[in-house]
Ligand binder design. Structure first.
Ligand code: SAM
Length: 282
């Protein structure tokens, strides 16, 4: 079942939370000056046009990146993220939005490596095309990311960030995330793992988050940004979250600065709110 196309949602509130967190993680890993890998199990197309095609249809970015585009009073991590998106839009007009692989490639050093997996037969070639000139550091494979990471862990430099960002259209994805992470921690206990998830009126979401908290990692951080009140009929996504295993010690403080700001700027109604929870040695 591969009907999901990320282009429809590019740059929305969920992408803002996801990519800002991803960038903060990459910046932290880069501090040591030692090489690391970025592994993206569900990479998408890599870069999206906002003013044409899928993204223009719903213009979800209008409630996401567009609301931050001209802000001058943002916390440092938000400014850093918007500046990175600006590098794709050098004339200052918001026309393109980076997917998670582009965010990583742009922020990482030339010596760091990226391993990207995308299963969709249309998005996988687009993704490969977007990194055609960086073949030495970026490898793209059309494969099931949940299975494919097994062969990569532990990665040679023994330092890595793995992003797991499935569509969750198939509700088995919730359990697949937990199973994949259990296995990943067994193979590579010290890796940093980040999972994106939607906030929906679905039992599977809470069950997955509860299961992630019990995994044998050094610590965990769960951040959630709701932009709206959940609909009375129970339909629709009203926010999203990022769950990080083996999070850097600096991340909770960054999130405590960023989330109140995002909850205010990206609010669709008075139900906008944020949650920060942490466990283990954080
Ligand atoms: N991570 C991307 C970003 O932030 O720019 C967005 C990814 S999107 C939420 C999920 C992607 O996973 C879709 O492009 C979909 O085609 C792909 N996909 C679905 N099932 C997959 C699987 N088992 N393995 C790899 N990719 C898959």
């Amino acid at each position: 079942m591969l009907s999901y196309r990320h282009g429809f949602h590019a740059g929305n509130h969920a992408d803002v939370l996801k990519h800002l967190t991803e960038l903060a993680l990459i910046d932290y890993l880069s501090l040591k000056g030692k090489p690391f890998w970025y592994i993206d199990t569900h990479a998408g197309a890599g870069v999206y046009a906002l003013t044409e095609g899928f993204a223009a249809k719903n213009a979800e970015y209008a409630g996401g990146i567009a609301r931050l585009w001209d802000e001058t009073d943002a916390p440092e991590a938000v400014t850093r993220y918007v500046e990175l998106v600006r590098r794709l839009n050098t004339d200052g007009v918001l026309r393109h939005y980076p997917g998670s692989p582009w965010v990583a490639a742009e922020a990482m050093a030339g010596t760091d490596k990226l391993r990207l997996f995308e299963l969709h037969p249309s998005d996988a070639p687009l993704l490969a095309g977007n990194f055609d000139e960086q073949k030495r550091r970026v490898q793209v494979q059309q494969a099931d990311g949940f299975e494919a990471i097994k062969s990569l862990l532990p990665p040679p430099p023994r330092r890595a960030l793995t992003l797991i960002d499935p569509p969750y259209e198939d509700k088995r994805d919730y359990q697949r995330v937990v199973t994949a992470l259990k296995d990943a921690l067994r193979r590579f206990a010290t890796g940093v793992y980040a999972v994106w998830y939607p906030c929906l009126a679905r039992r599977e979401v809470g069950d997955m988050v509860d299961a992630l908290k019990k995994l044998p990692a050094k610590n965990w951080l769960n951040v959630r940004l709701d932009v709206a009140t959940p609909a009375a009929d129970g339909f629709g996504m009203y926010g999203s979250g990022m769950f990080i295993l083996n999070a850097p010690w600096t991340l909770p403080a960054t999130m405590r600065e960023v989330l109140p700001y995002l909850a205010e700027r990206l609010a669709l109604d008075k139900g906008a709110r944020y949650v920060i929870e942490q466990g283990g040695d954080l």
